[in-house]
Each structure stands twice: as C-alpha cells, then as structure tokens.
Design a protein around this ligand. Structure first.
Ligand code: ATP
Ligand code: MG
Length: 512
C-alpha cells in the first residue's frame, strides 16, 4: 500500500515541500530510498526499523520503497526519520486517521532507536516555509518547540516520541500547540563581556565605536599591546542597538540551520558577537564544507564579527571576506547545489602596527626596521582595507588615566544615543529591507547624503590628498550621515564630514 506524507527540505535559508512517498508491497524484505538522499537519510533504515518496533508497532517484513519528491533535488539530514515512520505505519494501516486528515499535517524529526524524537537543525526556516505554503499543522521535535513560538498563522505540535504522534493522529491523545510569544515581552539582557565604563581614557576610540554601533560601520583599531583594543571590542556589544523583530528572525534562522540554538532560546534577542580565532580556516569563516553549513560571517549576521590580531589570519581566510563585506551575503557553490546565506555584519578588527607593537606610539619607542614595519602592515591587502570605514588609533593609556577615579561613561548611557540614531535610520529606510546607514546603496547615498558646496570642497581636497577610491568616497559619506544622525541633524554639516574624513586619514599614516 502507498502512503504520502508531507515534510520539508532546506536550501540555504529557504525551505521547500518534500513529499515522502512510502510504498509497502509484497516481495523480498528490503528498504530502498530514492530521490537524491544523502547517507544520513539512507541510514534511517536502522533508526526507523528499531524505533517502530521499540514503540510497540509492527515493522513490515516486506518490500519498502521510499521516494523523496521532488526527486531531482539533493536532500540531507536526519529530519525524514519521523515522516518515513509515519508513512510506514500509515501504509500498514497502523494509523487510523483518514488520508485527507493526514494531508493537513507535515512532519520533521530525527528518531532515536527507542523511538523518541530528537532535536533537528533548521526548524525556524522550515516553519516559515510551511506557513507560506499554506500548510496548517506541523509536528516537530519537542526540543525545538521554543523556535516555534514566534511564527503565527500555523499550528505547531511538539512531540516527544513516535507513539505520541501516532496516538495524537488517532485522536487518543491531545498535544497542545505551541503558544505564540510577543517579541516585545522578551527581555534582552546584554551578553557583552565588559562595559565601556571599565575602559579608562581612550575617549576617541570610544567615540569611534559609538559611531560604528550607530551606523554599522566597519572598524580597524591599531595600537600598541595592552592599550585596551581587545577590551573595547569585547565591550562593543553592550552599546549595540536592540534588534528589530525582522533582524532577530533573520539571525535566528541562520543559528537554527547551524544547529547552535539551545532548547531554551526561542529567538535571539541579542546581536551575535563572533570572535573566531586567527587559525580559523576560510571555510570556517565563510561557511561551506561537505555538508554546507553557515560560517562565522553568517552567524554574525546583524551583529559583530571581531577579528583580533588581524594580520595573523591567513591571507586566504581574510580575502574570502571581500565579497560578503560588499554584498552582505555569501554564495557557496558545490557541484550539486548552490546555497546563499546572508552575512551582514559589522567588522571590528584590531592589530598592532608592527612586530614590536610600538610604531606610532607616543609613549614607547619602536624597535622595528622600516622593512619589518612595511612587511607587517602589508600583510593586509589593499582591497580589504578599502572596505573598512574607520581606522582608529588606540594609543597606550597614561598612568594618570589608568589610576584616575573619574567616572567613565557607562555603556547604558552610550547606548541611549546609539538607539536614538538607529531609530532615525530605521524610519529613514522603512520598507527598504535595510536597517543602517552602512547598507545604503549608491542611489540612497545620493538621496540621503546631500552635502553643500563647502562640504563638497572639503571632500574634494581630502579625496585628492588622501588618494581615496570611489568606494572610500561613498563610505565617508555614509559615516558622515551617521555622525549627523547622532547629532540629531538632518543635514550633513562640515564638522560631521571632517570627523568622517579623519577616520580615513590614519590609513594614510600606516598603510601607504
Ligand atoms: N584603557 C584601559 N583601561 C583599563 N584597563 C585597561 C586599559 N587598557 C588595557 N587595560 C588592561 O590591560 C589588559 C589588556 O588589554 P587588552 O587585551 O585590551 O590590550 P590589547 O590592546 O588588545 O593588547 P594586544 O595588542 O597585546 O592584544 C586588559 O585586560 C585590562 O585589564
Ligand atoms: Mg588584544
């Protein structure tokens, strides 16, 4: 007998409907899966067989053929264990529910040998797809229930075991659908390790990071060892603006696919802060691998990617960031499939200016030869550096600063200004699917970054003396727009533009 059960597949962040067709017929006992299934799906044979028997059902000693339609799309993962088992039980009349009733449902879940349902990856994008496709009811693993709390318009039933699902379908047991939680009621406590009030002095670096947080601009901090670069970067998440619901949903989708959401986290309320070590490979940073998974840059989507000791990353890893830094997404191509993941992040990088670390310091003498300094700084490629909006010099802290009892401004106070500036941007880009000045397109720059003749002169002089590129020109205007927003000003005035140009001029000092 034939039975057809609904399930889903994932391609990048987008899901699609998969019809699991299970045919149980007379013949020599066998278990064949067709429809471009990967090895983990083929291994379902053992899991399904044991789970069905251990839950007290009978497993047919007949010829079982399973087709995953559409048959020309590669499918992977263990989420088909549950729909296959339901198909087998329905085809052998162990589920009493009518076929039409079963049609309203979709199933995803991995089975363990005892028949309990285990957590899977990617439930959030699957549920969004299900709702968009008009599927009314989905059965998911209980451990994934928290991911379902933000999708309305669909009934989601979390189940713990195969028997529970069958009893539910037979009307012998009721399972409560997941309740919808309002995003506004979720507390968003900061996970930042540190507060700006702990960092003594460094006023100009703090100001630059405030601008970066407000507009989402990339930053490179250059300075001697022990000046507080890493400390500032680690405190940076504490001044980032709150995520909008759309941003939170986008980021959570990626973390759901990567399988790094814990069972309690329904939706991420904090912007992610990823700090991969400098030995990380290009694949770890950008994503991919034999089973394509999002990399660090996608996990940092709508948050921060912190690359400490920037020149120590392999050239290949760092160069791989060029395209995503420009496009805000990454395309990974394999022979069988192409996958796109969003990767809109703020890059915060930090480095010493030379091997001894003291080049350019006002407090210590540099002991490196000009050649050593040149080689160290030129480990970073020009095109990558061109994508950085702000260069900040973080000089060593003086004794008077470090021992001072003066109250340093706390992250909460800075965040208030950042939030106000971000609200202006959210209003400005309403319905344009971008949330910060750094993501403005060239047309938007023309529209929102108008400058008067004096400013034009100023920028023209800077362009020529600093030998800026067209990209740098656009990026300066975007930073100037954020500075004006922080100032509550509609127009970009000369002082805003001057400050933005200033953040590009360090590039001249160190990197030419
Ligand atoms: N401005 C500062 N105020 C208070 N403490 C500081 C400051 N700068 C550095 N420190 C102290 O020094 C330690 C080292 O600082 P940090 O690791 O941030 O330096 P760094 O600039 O990243 O150095 P490196 O270039 O060697 O990585 C911090 O953990 C902190 O205790
Ligand atoms: Mg450091």
């Amino acid at each position: 007998m034939l039975s057809i059960v609904n399930s889903f597949g994932l391609n990048g962040l987008n899901g699609y409907l998969v019809k699991v067709e299970v045919d149980v017929n007379r013949g020599l006992p066998s278990y064949d899966i067709v429809g471009l299934a990967d090895i983990s799906i083929k291994e379902s044979k053992q899991r399904v067989g044991s789970a069905v028997k251990n839950q007290g059902f009978s497993y047919p000693f007949e010829k079982i053929t399973i087709n995953l339609a559409p048959a020309d799309t590669k499918k992977e993962g263990s989420l088909y264990d549950l729909p296959i088992s339901i198909g087998v039980l329905s085809a052998t009349n162990q589920i009493l529910a009518q076929k039409e009733f079963l049609n309203d449902f979709s199933f995803v879940g991995e089975l363990s040998l005892d028949g309990s349902i285990r957590k899977i990856r990617g439930v959030l994008p699957i549920l969004i797809t299900a709702r968009d496709l008009g599927i009314k009811k989905v059965i998911i693993p209980f451990a994934n229930a928290s991911e379902a709390g933000f999708i309305d318009g669909i009934e989601v039933f979390p189940a713990k075991s195969l028997r529970e699902v069958v009893q539910f379908l037979n009307g012998e047991l009721s399972i409560c659908a997941v309740k919808i939680v309002s995003y506004d009621f979720i507390s968003s406590h900061s996970e930042a390790s540190g507060d700006f009030s702990m960092v003594k002095g460094q006023a100009s670096a703090k100001r630059a990071l405030e601008i970066s947080a407000a507009g989402g601009h990339n930053v490179l901090m250059i300075g001697p060892p022990g000046s507080g670069k890493t400390m500032l970067a680690r405190a940076f998440p504490s001044i980032l603006p709150n995520m909008t619901f759309e941003e939170a949903l986008e980021t959570t989708k990626i973390h759901s696919i990567a399988g790094c959401l814990d069972s309690k986290t329904g939706i991420l309320t904090q912007r992610p802060f990823r700090s991969p070590h400098h030995t990380s490979s290009a694949v770890a940073l950008t994503g991919g691998g034999s089973k394509i998974k999002p990399g660090e840059i996608s996990l940092a989507h709508n948050g921060v990617l912190f690359l400490d000791e920037f020149p120590e990353y392999s050239r290949q890893s760092v160069e791989a960031l060029r395209q995503p830094l420009e496009d805000g997404m990454i395309t990974i191509s394999r022979s069988m499939s192409t996958v796109e993941y969003p990767a809109n992040f703020v890059l915060i990088a930090s480095m010493n200016p030379c091997p001894c670390g003291n080049y350019g310091s006002t407090q210590k003498k540099c002991t490196c030869t000009p050649n050593q300094i040149h080689n160290y700084l030129h480990k970073l490629s020009g095109p990558l550096l061109d994508r950085i909006d702000m260069y900040i010099e973080v000089d060593g802290v003086s004794y008077s600063d470090i021992s001072s009892e003066i109250h340093e401004e706390s992250s909460i106070e800075i965040k208030k200004r950042v939030d106000l500036a971000r609200q202006i941007q959210v209003k400005r880009f309403d319905k344009k699917k971008i949330y910060s000045n750094s993501k403005m397109t060239n047309e938007m720059i023309k529209k929102y970054c108008k400058i008067d003749d004096d400013c034009n002169m100023l920028l023209c002089r800077a362009f020529e003396s600093l030998k800026l590129t067209a990209r740098a020109y656009n990026r300066i205007l975007k930073v100037a727009r954020t500075i004006a927003d922080l100032d509550g000003s509609d127009e970009i005035r000369a002082e805003h533009l001057m400050e933005a140009i200033n953040y590009r001029s360090l590039d001249e000092k160190y990197l030419t």
